[in-house]
Ligand binder design. Sequence first.
Ligand code: CA2
Length: 145
Amino acid sequence: MTNYMLLNGPNLNLLGTREPDLYGSETLEDIEAHLIEISKDKECNLICHQSNAEHELVDLIHSAKDNQVKCIIINPGALTHSSIALRDALTGVNIPFIEVHISNIYAREDFRQKSYLSDIAEGVISGLGVEGYELALVKAMKKFN
Ligand code: CA2
C-alpha cells in the first residue's frame, strides 16, 4: 500500500465553523473522511494530521520519511507566509509535496502573496475551495503510486 500524508496547519481545525464564504462549510473531519475514502478506492493509505504548532508540523514532516510517504499534501495555513522551518523540513525529507490553499492567496492581502514553499513544491493549488485537496490527492496518487 502506498502512503500519502495530508497536513493542515494553524486554524484549519476551524473549517466549517466560521468564515464559510472564504473557507467553505465542510469541517476538516468531513474533508479528511472523504479523502481517506478516495485513497482507499485506489488501495492507498492517507495519513491525516492538523496542528496549530509549527514544531509539530516539522515533526510530522519528519515522520513522513519513516512512514515511507510518497507525497505530502499540505495546507500550511498562515505559516505559508512565514515559515522557513517548514521549508527546511520539506527540503530535508526530500519528499515531493503539493501546496494547497482553499482561498486564492494571490487575490488577498499583499502579505499572503509570498509563499516560502511554492518554489520547491511539486505544484500549488490555490482558490479552488476545499476541492483543491481532492485534486491534489488524485494527482499525487497518479504521479507517485
Ligand atoms: O486559503 C488557505 O487555505 C489559507 O492557507 C488559509 C489560512 C491563511 O492564513 C492563508 O493565507 C491561506 C488561514 C486558515 C484559517 O482557517 C480558518 C478556517 C475557518 C475559519 C477561520 C479560519
